[in-house]
Design a protein around this ligand. Sequence first.
Ligand code: HEM
Length: 397
Amino acid sequence: MTRTRRARATVVAAGGLALLLPAAASAATPTAVTNGTTTLRPSGAAYRTLKRADVAVLPIGVAATKGSRIAIPVRSGVVGTVSRLVHGETDGLLLRGEDGSARLTDLRMRIGRSSSTVTGRVDGGSPGTLFTLSAKRLDVRLASRAASRKGVTWKLTARAAKTLRSRLDVRGLRAGGFGVATLTARLAAPSSSPAPTPGTPAPAPSPSPAPAPLPPGAPAVASVTSGAADWGVKTSFRRYITGPIAGGKAVPSDGVTTNPDDTYRFGPATGTVDRSTGALSIGFRGQVYFEGHGSGEAAALRVWLRNPRVVTTPGATTGRLHADMTSKGQDGRLVDYPDVALADLDLTAGTRRTTATGVTWSAVPATLTEEGAPAFGGFYNAGAELDPISFAVTTAG
Ligand code: HEM
């Protein structure tokens, strides 16, 4: 094939009376948050343990690195006696180690006098408390409709430390300091949108087009309780890796098994299926590491592919396959492609079977995207045919 190496690529400012009110009194009236940012600088005992074990803390989704910090956008929330800052469902942190990785997403911060926490999901699992926070309140500046707090310590909880210990295979990881954050939130003008009641996360925007009505009592969005995906990445790539040219190997780990046809089985599955529109978002756990042209750190070809995720649009005609990838660049450095939209899925050419308790998709054709091409060293063009993917999940609720 032609080697086409691509470029690597309340309370309002507007009311005179409100301006006279002390900030604390005004903040007691819950005010909706329109947006904001949580900026985290990893530091502390738990973070140092991860660093010593070569686990990198990276942004995922729309979160981004800013120098030594990670900025995670705040999507919604409320500021009051108890404040809540809600980040995007698929945004957050990727902890990437040699022997495993973990995605911390759907981060929701609660700041209150009695307790301040960050809840979130590890690899799309059920939400749990991941961190406790040192702050008891946000500082509210009415004139500029802003709330903020600096120097907020994030401490990893014992439970989260236990989960991450096994996911990342870092034995010494304990509860303790993980980072110091600056929290900022922009407050809505009271006329623009009524403040949600404290305790209730801001409602998600309604999907478009409107879902078809369901029988009474049947919730539209069901959680995935189990399942797996069969995918071989690309048959010719697997052959090239283990063949005479690259002379390397493919190493499945983190629960991945090899099927009789040499494709991989990723799982367990977590995520959601919208039964009224067919839209789904499902992650499958596991990693495959490809190595060639040398071995270990000296290998010229090193590609990690982790936690593939299938996301389909309402109507279920098109979809995308995302994954967390890392690939050794030409300069010898490892480049991360967290949550890269690796492949376009043509659902019209796949086969769907739905039952009351689950959904199965078989032989869905996948083609490489522009974003995914650099992770394969630019040896494939966007549109290159990858292996078709099949997956089966069961749902509840
Ligand atoms: C010492 C460095 C390398 C050499 C000498 C080399 C050589 C080759 C050759 C000769 C082919 C053509 C194989 C064929 O047509 O059967 C090939 C294909 C390919 N190489 Fe490399 N390569 C190197 C590094 C890399 C790296 C760093 C990557 C990054 C992932 C990579 C990814 C690929 C891919 C994806 C193909 C296409 C495989 C297929 O589907 O047929 N190679 N390489």
